[in-house]
Design a protein around this ligand. Sequence first.
Ligand code: AHR
Length: 660
Amino acid sequence: MQMKNRILVLMLAALAGTAFLRAQAPKMITVDAGKPVAPIQSTMWGIFFEDINLAADGGIYAEMVKNRSFEFLQPLMGWKILKPDTTTGILILNRGTGYRNNPRFVRITVGETEKRYGLSNAGFRGMGIREGMVYHFSVNACPQPGSTLKLTAELVDSKGKVAGKASLEPAGTDWKKYTADITSTVTDTRGKLNVWIEGQGSIDLDMISLFPDNTWKHRPGGLRADLVQLLADLKPGFVRFPGGCIVEGRDLGNRYQWKNTIGNAEDRPVMINRWNTEFKHRLTPDYFQSFGLGFYEYFLLAEDIGAEPLPILNCGMACQYNTAELVPVDQLDPYIQDALDLIEFANGAADSEWGKIRTQMGHPAPFHLKMIGVGNEQWGPQYIERYKAFAAVLKAKYPDIRLVSGAGPSPDGSFFDYASGELKKIGADIVDEHYYANPAWFLQHATRYDSYDRNSYKIFAGEYAAQEKFTTSPENHNNWECALAEAAFMTGLERNAAVVHLCSYAPLFAHVDGWQWKPDLIWFDNLRSFGTPNYYVQQMYSTNRGTEVLPMLSNGSPLTGEDGLYGTAAWDQVSGEVIIKLVHTGTAPVRLQVKLTGKRPAASAVRIQEMAASDLGTVNSLDAPKAISPVPGETTLRNNTLTCDLKPASFTVFRVKIKK
Ligand code: AHR
C-alpha cells in the first residue's frame, strides 16, 4: 500500500474508533477513596537476582577479564597465547593447600630470540570499551630471580587494532599488586585485553583484571553503573539474592555458600556456574562464578537502591531437577549455622565475630536484614522436615526475622498442595510461589489470591514471567503480549496486598550473547542495556505503588477480566494521591467512567502514564530500547469522574491529587 493510502486508512480507523467510543455506553467504575481495605507493603514490588545468563560475571559485576585467576576447570579458558614459542612459554603452577581458594597462577618465560610473550583475554563475549573511558588494569606479579621484564597491557578493538596501552616494570621477587590506567581510543563492544611480557627471564602472574572507571558510585572493582541504574529506577522494595536454583547447586558441592563470597576478591574460590551446561541448546562451558559480586556487595547494592535485602540460603538440598542430593536432617547444623552467621554478618555489632568482618570490609553499620529465605523451590516432605529444623533454631535466636519458605516449582499440583498445607499447619511467615506459564494463564489467574486466607501466611510471588512458547523455550520473547498479561495479573497481586507482601519477576538479567534462559527483565551487551516491556510494567507498578488498597468496582465486582478489563486502585499517603491502574487486553478501544468517592480531588488535572501497542509482538531492543515504554500524559476530572478511552492492548496509570 502506498504511504498516502496507508495514512488515509489509519485516519479512517482512528475516526471509526472515536465514533465507536461515542456510540458505546461507557463502562461505569467506582473507586472509594474513603475506604482503604488493606496496607500495601513497602516490599510489594522487588527484584529477583540470580547469576544466570551472565548476570553477575560478564554482567553487573564490571570485571572485564574472564578467568582472571586461572581457576576455571581448564586453567587457560578465556585466554589465547599470542606468538607461541616452543623454546619458552607458559606453565600453570599450583601453590597447593596453603592457597586453597586460589591455588593456580601462570609462569611466563620469555624466549632468548623472541624476547616477547603475550596472552590475550577474550572477556565475556568480548569486552566493551568506550572511547575516552579510563580502564583500571591490575595484576598480581612475582618476577623470578634474575629476570628483567616489562609488562604491557593493551586494549585492542575487535579487529585487533591497539586502542590504548600502559606498561609496568615489576621488580623484586615477591608477589605484589601492580596497577595501571589505560584510556581507550575507540568504542567497541568486542574489544580484548592483551598482556605482553618483554625482556629476559620469567614472571608469575595471577588476578589479571580490568575494570572501567565508571562503575556504580565509582567503586573500585565495582558494578556496571548502567545496570545498577536500571535496578535503581525500579525503586524496588527488596532484592532477593543469589537466586534461584543457584542457591541449591546441581549437587551439594556446587551449592551457593555465602561465606565463600566475602573478603578479598582473590580469596573467594571460583566455582562452576550451575547454568554452565544445564541446557543443551545453550551450553555455556565458560560460565563460572568468581563471586566478585558476593554477599557483601549484594547487601551494599540493596542499600544503595533503597531495597530490603532478602538472601535465600541452601537448606541442605541440591536441585531436585538435577541430583536431588540431601543432607541428612541430623547433619544440618553447619547449614543452619551459616544462616545464623549470615544474620550476624548483616546485623551484628561491629565487634561480633561476623559483624567484625562486615566492618573490616567497610560497613560498620548494620544492613538491617529483616527476612531470610530457607531453600529455593524445594518440594516434598524432605523440604518440610529441613525447613522445620531451620525455623526452630532461627526463630529461637532471631524471633523478629521473617522466614521465607518455598511452595515448590509450580503454582498448583501435588507438590504445591502438600507444601502449602504443611506450611499453613506450622504457621509459616511468608511462602514463595513460582509461576512460569503462558500469557493466558496470567490473564486467567488475576483472581488467584482473592480467596487466600487472610489469617495465614503471607505470599511472596518470588518468580514469575509469562512465557510466549513454554518455560525455558529459546523461542520465548519479552514481547508486549507477555508484559500485558503480567500487568493484568499484577492487578490481582495489588488488589490482594492483604496477603501478597512481596513480588518479583524472574530472571532479572540476560547478556544478548550469553543467555541460557528467556524471557528476562533486562538485556545487555558489553556496553549497552535496555528494559523490556515487562521491565516497564514492573516499573509502572513499583513507582506507582501506593500505601493502601482501595475498593474499585464495576457492577459491584472487581475488574478481573470481563470485557478484557483488569483494574486496581490504591491510596498513596505519601503523595496524597489516588492511584488507579487499568489494563485493557481487548482489541477495540473502550470508554470508561471512573467515579471517585470518599475523598475530594484537589484539582481537575490528572497525571497519566500509558503503555500501549497494537502489535502484541512488540519488543524493545538495544537499538530501540524504548519501543514500548510508559508515555506521560494528562487528562481532566469532571464531577469527581474520570472519563477515559483506553486503547486496545494498553496499561494505564492515573494519579489523582486529593484535597488535604
Ligand atoms: O528463574 C530461573 C529459574 O527458575 C530459577 O533459578 C529457579 O528457581 C526456577 O526454576
